[in-house]
Design a protein around this ligand. Structure first.
Ligand code: GLU
Length: 523
């Protein structure tokens, strides 16, 4: 029978959750959920000197914010708790006792002075600093004497010598280490706390973890862990080491070039859907290069086999792009839901500008709901003075939808032309050399529109479009020669929604008033 997949995220509470940590947690979560397994949170706080007070809470809050709900962990006790290492000290001490008895570990009584001197000599000889294994070869009698004299000691792992250690990493493939390059590192410190290496192996075994998914920086530790599994006679977990996160210049992701705490992205208002989507693609993709993934899709499609070995570039522009895509997606979802709520039989046509609704009930309430919904999104940014005519406002908002969604803080600037009494024209805007618009053409185009446009043309954008085409043909002018000056007359804006859209919102009277005003100003 296959074992139930169990993964864990095992951060040290030494600061707010790092963005790279969020990716590790996400991959471990996705892998577990894809295989109907469990995802655990374990806090590795054995280095008590490095603890930062509110980081445990920040880690938990951030995982919750991101939707990475753990099945077992601090505050969510399960059969393998407690899930904070400082509360599990007895377990490590018992484990280490067994290792000593079987010769896989030994007590080291070396003083700090001796170790410092040894290191200094190694540095002088340009050798990598390594413990010289002095205490590994103490006789039982010597050990008893030291113990009797109450000499303090650490416990070190007795690394087997002259072995090539091979293992299969799910991302990096076959990896080989020469055990002679490994230090007899400390497993248990003088204060009775384990080091990371001991605690991680004891806990992964005790918590029945099947797959260890962690950053590449832990790869050199893996042979030590495998040797511990062997010494304990436990079956090792599978391993997958994730590629580094890099700045754009391919240096290791750093505070200098990017914010590295997840909290800073939350504080800046990034959507969780966008951040998760972006993070998921830092080192993983599907063969079809799909970019937008919902959370459910990520669970469905994630695989460790498609995680790359090489470093993944953290590109803020890309994150901003995802944020915009998701902002729009979520807004469109709300629109779809609202349309169905107003008219459950409504047909939805999907276009690249979003869903278009064929609402059968043709009342203003129904045709304007899109603007109304946008307003609820950005209400707090909009000046009170624009809120007098709700229907007019809703129609105006629809024409500016994408711009307002992108820059909600600029809404008043964007919408103000709709509400102006007499526009204070920048007259040079009327002239457009490329389109062949000089002052005469501008005046001629505006004058003919005043004369030819009728109230009935304002029934819809389509009716306005048809009428303008007629006028243009009659004058024997190019489209731009009429549409450009008329648009400036209606908006006084270099960039604005198109003539038909704006005229449709303004309606007959306001449009004609503006055209007349423009003509008098140009005279
Ligand atoms: N405590 C380690 C860290 O802070 C965990 C490494 C591992 O997952 O084994 O990243």
């Amino acid at each position: 029978m296959n074992k139930k997949v169990r993964t864990r995220f095992a951060p040290s509470p030494t600061g707010y959750l790092h963005i790279g940590g969020l990716r590790t947690a996400l991959y471990a979560y996705l892998y577990a959920k894809k295989h109907n397994g469990d995802f655990l949170l374990r806090i590795e706080d054995t280095d008590q000197a490095r603890l930062v007070e509110d980081s445990l809470q920040n880690i938990i809050d951030t995982l919750n914010w991101a939707g990475l709900e753990f099945d077992e962990g601090p505050g969510k006790e399960g059969p393998h708790g407690p899930y904070i290492q400082s509360e599990r000290l007895g377990l490590y001490q018992t484990a280490v006792q067994g290792l000593i008895e079987q010769g896989h570990a030994y007590r080291c009584f070396c003083t700090k002075e001796r170790l410092d001197q040894m290191r200094e000599e190694q540095m002088l000889m340009k050798k990598a600093p390594m413990y010289d294994r002095h205490c590994r070869y103490l006789t039982p009698v010597e050990i008893q004497e030291k113990l009797k004299s109450k000499a303090s000691f650490v416990v070190r792992q007795a690394i087997p010598l002259n072995r090539q250690l091979k293992f299969d990493d799910k991302i990096r493939g076959k990896v080989t280490f020469d055990t002679n390059t490994l230090d007899d590192h400390v497993l248990l410190k003088t204060d009775g706390f384990p080091t990371y290496h001991l605690a991680v192996v004891v806990d992964d075994h005790d918590m029945q973890i099947t797959d260890v998914i962690r950053g590449e920086e832990w790869l050199p530790s893996t042979p030590k862990h495998l040797l511990l599994y062997e010494a304990f006679n436990w079956e090792p977990t599978e391993f997958a080491h994730l590629p580094l996160l890099l700045n754009k210049d391919r240096s290791k992701l750093s505070k200098r070039q990017n914010d590295v705490s997840t909290q800073s992205y939350i504080d800046k208002g990034y959507l969780k859907e966008a951040l998760i989507n972006f993070i998921a693609l830092l080192g993983w993709n599907t063969s079809d290069n799909q970019e937008i993934y919902s959370f459910e899709e990520l669970i469905d499609k994630f695989s460790l086999e498609r995680v790359q070995k090489s470093g993944a570039i953290f590109d803020l522009d890309k994150l901003n792009w995802f944020n915009w895509q998701w902002k729009r997606n979520l807004y469109w979802n709300k629109l779809r839901a609202k349309a169905k709520e107003l008219d459950s039989t409504c047909q939805i046509q999907e276009t690249n500008k979003g869903p278009v609704f064929n609402l059968t009930k043709n009342s203003p309430k129904f045709t304007n709901f899109r603007g109304g919904l946008l307003l609820t999104e950005v209400e707090k940014n909009l000046d009170q003075k624009y809120k007098t005519d709700q229907e007019f406002l809703n129609k105006a908002l629809i024409t500016l939808e994408e711009k307002i969604l992108k820059e909600p803080e600029n809404i008043n600037e964007l919408i103000k032309f709709y509400f102006a009494k007499n526009l204070d024209y920048n007259k040079t805007l009327f002239l457009n050399e490329k389109m062949g618009v000089n002052a005469e053409v501008a005046k001629q185009a505006i004058a003919i529109c005043i004369k030819d446009l009728n109230e009935s043309d304002f029934e819809s954008e389509k009716a306005l479009f048809d009428k303008f085409i007629q006028v243009i043909q009659k004058l024997n002018l190019k489209n731009g020669q009429v549409l450009w000056p008329v648009r400036i007359a209606l908006t006084n804006e270099d960039f604005s929604p198109g003539v038909f859209e704006v005229a449709n919102v303004l309606g007959y009277t306001k449009t004609i008033d503006r055209l007349k005003w423009a003509l008098s100003e140009l005279a």
